[in-house]
Write a protein of this length. Structure first.
Length: 499
């Protein structure tokens, strides 16, 4: 049975009848002024105008960063011989390279400021800052991520080598897109854009995207609020069963923050299906941060995805950062659904430490040695009273009757030195591990390794060592939660609503 095949079904299949329009027009935008007099630095936005066949087109360019996702929070510039670049507002006119963690936003409009659809994008990087073979950038369009892979210096990167995991470009129709540099093999992408080409009116019928967005209705403060989450299947589905990994963002973030190339690659390699929920007002209610019952929201999501028998709810895992780490600690203590959790840059709050977990699970906790937001030493701050990082893992280990440990080891992740503490021989042969990453704070940047791939390897190894009969799970009853779900089905078309 495929996802969301129960209940009342409403299908909108208009995309099946979209015509394939030929004789496409191409808009070629040049971001490098002809001389220094055309330089433009420190702008919240730039507009590039073209007249094509008598029609005016305006390309609006803004930028943001991982730390501040609001478009325009970072400044953009066009510079003679260097093209389009990005910088924090407080910095001067030096290097304007587009760096890892910065997002470039492009929106195409007509003379009346109406959005204009396009279908294909290609670009050329600046000659001094090309995307080399080990550099890449992610293009996000309609919530679907594609990769620009580096090539020979000064070559145009076209739609022929914009690829997703299936090495195809579907020509998705949209009026805006984002571009984010990525890091691969320890090399940070830094480049400027010289040229951008956009082809209009060349999108035919589109296959369903592997990323689908859903909402469930939840009662908050006496009213029904639509809570949202996204589910990402592999681009090509060949298996009959997949583990499920929930990703909980930090305070102020959103689920799409986790749509990174390393996570998407693991999903497309059919390692697991990813679920990316959004907190109410961008927060998780761990310690009275909001009026939402986020434990109930989590169980609503489980109930929704349980309709798809390809999703193995005996292998449900949780990864969270900061406030999201607090949420998975809370869920690990208050529910019996997770088989493993990875709280990143947060340990347990004191009150959560006092809760007896209903079942053993594997724990992979990661803290930054120099974190001043949620210090590894614990204590009280704006978010509550925290156990120390060491006391938090010892708390888990105590409940799971771990008979070996704590054992210390020094690891290397990318360029980072990591101090590991392991409790082993726990119930169900599970481990509880703490990792203190040296010389980092509240953001874990490993410079050459993927933390999420390391975490997933741990989860897989733990599952492989479980007793044979460890295969039961409890799924909340749909009627008991009063769930109403609106969605685009994962491998189908249109919209569906469950009652």
């Amino acid at each position: 049975m495929n996802f969301l095949s129960h209940g009342k079904l409403y299908i909108n299949s208009l995309w099946l009848f979209l015509p394939l329009i030929i004789n496409a027009q191409t808009l070629n935008f040049n971001f490098s002024p002809v001389d220094a007099a055309g330089n433009s630095f420190n702008k919240s936005s730039l507009v590039f105008t073209l007249i094509n066949d008598g029609l005016e087109y305006n390309l609006l360019v803004t930028s943001s960063s991982t730390a501040n996702p609001s478009p325009g929070s970072f400044r953009v510039a066009k510079q003679f011989n260097f093209g389009l670049g990005v910088k924090e507002p407080v910095q001067g006119q030096g290097s304007w390279a587009i760096n890892t963690g910065e997002n470039i936003h492009f929106a195409l409009k007509d003379a009346a400021n109406n959005p204009v659809d396009f279908s294909i994008v290609s670009l050329k990087a600046a000659s001094g800052n090309n995307l080399f073979g080990n550099e890449r950038a992610t293009l996000t369009i309609n919530s679907h991520a594609y990769l620009f892979r580096g090539g020979a210096p000064n070559t145009i990167i076209t739609d022929q080598n914009i690829i997703d995991s299936s090495h195809t470009w579907s020509g998705e129709r949209a009026d805006n897109f984002n571009l984010t540099p990525e890091v691969e093999a320890g090399v940070f992408s830094q480049f400027r854009l010289l040229e951008l080409s956009i082809r209009l009116d060349e999108a035919g019928p589109q296959p369903p995207s592997p990323l689908q967005n859903y909402t469930v209705g939840q009662q908050i403060n006496g009213g029904t609020i639509e809570r949202s989450f996204s589910v990402r299947l592999p681009s090509t589905v060949t298996k009959t069963s997949y583990p499920v990994v929930f990703f909980f963002h930090g305070s102020g973030g959103q689920g799409s923050n986790f749509l990174r190339s390393d996570i998407l690659q693991m999903i497309d390699d059919e390692e697991f299906v990813g679920v990316f929920p959004n907190g109410y007002n961008n927060k998780w209610n761990v310690n009275n941060e909001s009026p939402a019952d986020d434990v109930a929201f989590f169980e609503m999501m489980l109930t929704a995805i349980a309709a798809d028998t390809r999703l193995d709810l005996n292998q449900v895992y949780g990864i969270g950062t900061s406030n999201g780490a607090g949420m998975i600690n809370k869920l690990g203590k208050e529910t019996n659904h997770f088989r493993g959790i990875a709280p990143i840059v947060s340990q347990q709050l004191t009150y959560i430490g006092a809760i007896v977990p209903p079942r053993p699970l594997s724990v992979f906790q990661v803290n930054g040695q120099d974190d001043t937001t949620i210090p590894p030493a614990g204590g009280s701050n704006f978010a509550g009273d925290f156990l120390s990082a060491e006391a938090s893992v010892a708390n888990w280990a105590g409940y799971f009757n771990c008979s070996t440990g704590p054992a210390a080891a020094t690891l290397t992740w990318g360029t980072r030195t990591v101090q590991e503490t392991t409790y082993s021989d726990c119930q169900e042969n599970r481990d509880v591990r703490l990792h203190i990453v040296e010389d980092v704070g509240h953001q874990i940047n490993l410079q050459g390794a993927s933390l999420y791939q390391i975490i997933w390897t741990f989860f897989k190894d733990q599952h492989a060592g479980l007793p044979v009969n460890n295969v039961t799970t409890n799924v909340p009853a749909m009627g008991g939660l009063g769930i109403v779900l609106t969605a685009l089905p994962l491998l189908g078309i249109g919209g569906r609503r469950l009652k």
